[in-house]
Design a protein around this ligand. Structure first.
Ligand code: FMN
Length: 456
């Protein structure tokens, strides 16, 4: 059996994910594995140079494995760019009918959204997507988990051999793009001294996203800072080297960090504008996001109002909706709104943009932040635990930040609840008290809430 591995790590062969592949290869010697380091060599693919090799490997392969590290709820920008090339250049056609599987390594932070994405784009290319394996980075070091991984590999190969029937999980996108014509602004919004940054991911002034960005900026009575993402200095995507981990210093010296510190960091409101490309935003947007990893796991958008203005089928993309919500929450920002061009009517889009402008200023002025959902709360707990122990080294800068900002909010420190729990547990050992307390649970639980209603 010929298996083609598309390596999504910018580190190429020297990657954690590839050690899993190496082990699989060693334990399955009767099968042939070919690894293409597509993320590391994205420059070649962009120039169209790797295409012939890719097609000849694909023709031979009976199964294709997307093997990648998690980068910000998705794959890294280089891999995303590779996927864009597949669609843009019609290369995806060569994947049609092949069995596919996905293998990732991560700390399980939004691994599901990355896997949802890979499954969706595989299905969009007409592949038979069989299964995902989301390994914790260190699973390979444990006997049971190692066994599970090897079983997953065997299972994939067996599925190809028996010609397993496959059902599509994701609905195909049906979308007809309308051309947006922006109208006049009737009543302008006063930014009230708030610094508003609009990051526009578009190289085409006639695109809906560019027109929405321009119309949105016009909603304000004084000028806002509009920056095109292609003008943000970025020599390349994040390389995953982790050299930033000690002191938040990136090995690139291309001005990205200065831009982030001097423009993004000082803004009260950050609005991202872009178009949906395949099942996410563009690889350029992803590169911008990945490069912010020099901030480690600290909330880089803390206290900011964040919004997205998007062109494309957002409504049909629950996975992207979850990513934007979760990404914003975990980065410390408040997702104030998302406007898309799906409203079709230009007037409706204008109204949505005006309302977003109004809302952003109002929220920023009143420091309004809705509570985080599971996406942010759960994400924080993963980061907190990791920074406290496994990632303490090398992520020294994160550790300092978490300590200084009270982010090590472990329940073990919550003495009030711990003492209360202990006291009550001891009390209900008496059968009579236990009976009484059981009857009181519902009313007693409400006591403190009712007090607030009465007194506040
Ligand atoms: C820029 C960057 C972003 C990351 N984002 C995530 C993430 O969103 N979720 C996660 O669980 N791990 C994340 N990680 C951790 C990597 O996925 C993990 O270390 C992986 O095992 C690296 O694999 P590799 O050595 O094959 O590249 C991130 C790492 C980097 C460098």
């Amino acid at each position: 059996m010929d298996i083609l591995i598309l390596n999504g790590s910018p580190k190429g062969a020297e990657s954690v994910t590839m050690q899993y592949v190496n082990l699989w290869q060693k334990k399955a010697p009767t099968h042939s594995f070919t690894i293409l380091n597509v993320a590391q060599q994205i420059g070649r693919y962009e120039k169209g140079e790797g295409f012939d090799e890719l097609v000849s490997r694909l023709d031979k392969a009976e199964g294709v494995v997307w093997a990648f590290p998690l980068y910000y709820c998705l794959v890294c920008s280089q891999y995303k760019r590779f996927i864009e090339c597949l669609f843009e250049r019609g290369w995806g056609e060569h994947f049609r009918g092949k069995y596919a599987a996905a293998l990732s390594t991560s700390i399980h932070f939004y691994d599901h959204t990355a896997h949802n994405y890979i499954r969706a784009i595989s299905e969009d290319m007409g592949m038979k997507f069989y299964s995902s394996f989301s390994a914790d980075m260190d699973d390979m070091l444990k006997e049971r988990e190692r066994g599970m991984f090897l079983k997953w590999g065997e299972d994939f190969i067996a599925a190809i051999e028996r010609g397993a029937p496959i059902e599509r999980w994701t609905a195909p996108i049906t979308y007809e793009q309308m051309s947006y014509e922006p109208g006049d602004v009737i009543s302008k919004v006063d930014p009230k001294g708030k610094k508003i940054l609009v990051l526009v991911d578009s190289t085409d002034e006639s695109s809906n996203e560019a027109k929405m960005a321009e119309r949105f900026a016009r909603s304000f009575s004084s000028s806002v800072n509009i920056v095109r993402l292609q003008d943000v200095p970025m020599k390349g995507g994040c390389l995953g080297c982790m050299e930033c981990a000690f002191d938040n210093e990136c090995i690139y010296n291309d001005g990205y960090r200065d831009f982030f510190e001097n423009v993004v960091r000082v803004s009260d409101v950050v609005v991202f504008v872009g178009a949906i490309k395949d099942r996410y935003l563009s690889s350029r947007f992803k590169r911008f996001l990945d490069r912010s990893f020099y901030n480690g796991h600290t909330p880089a958008y803390r206290g900011k109002q964040v919004a997205y203005i998007l062109s494309g089928p957002f409504r049909q993309n629950a996975n992207l909706q979850e990513i934007l919500q979760g990404q914003t929450e975990i980065s410390g920002g408040h997702l104030a709104g998302v406007v898309t061009d799906e409203a079709k009517e230009g007037k409706m889009i204008d109204a949505l943009l005006d309302d977003l402008a109004q809302r952003l200023v109002d929220y920023a002025s009143s420091n309004y932040v809705r509570p985080m959902t599971f996406l942010g709360v759960g994400g924080h707990k993963i980061f907190r635990d990791e920074i406290f122990s496994r990632l303490r080294f090398p992520f020294q800068a994160d550790y300092r930040f978490y300590e200084e900002n009270g982010l090590f909010d472990f329940p073990q420190k919550d003495t009030r609840y711990l003492e209360f729990g202990e006291k009550m547990t001891a009390l209900i050992q008496d059968p009579e008290i236990r009976k009484q307390v059981r009857k009181m649970l519902k009313t007693e639980m409400l006591r403190s809430y009712k007090k607030v209603v009465e007194t506040k």
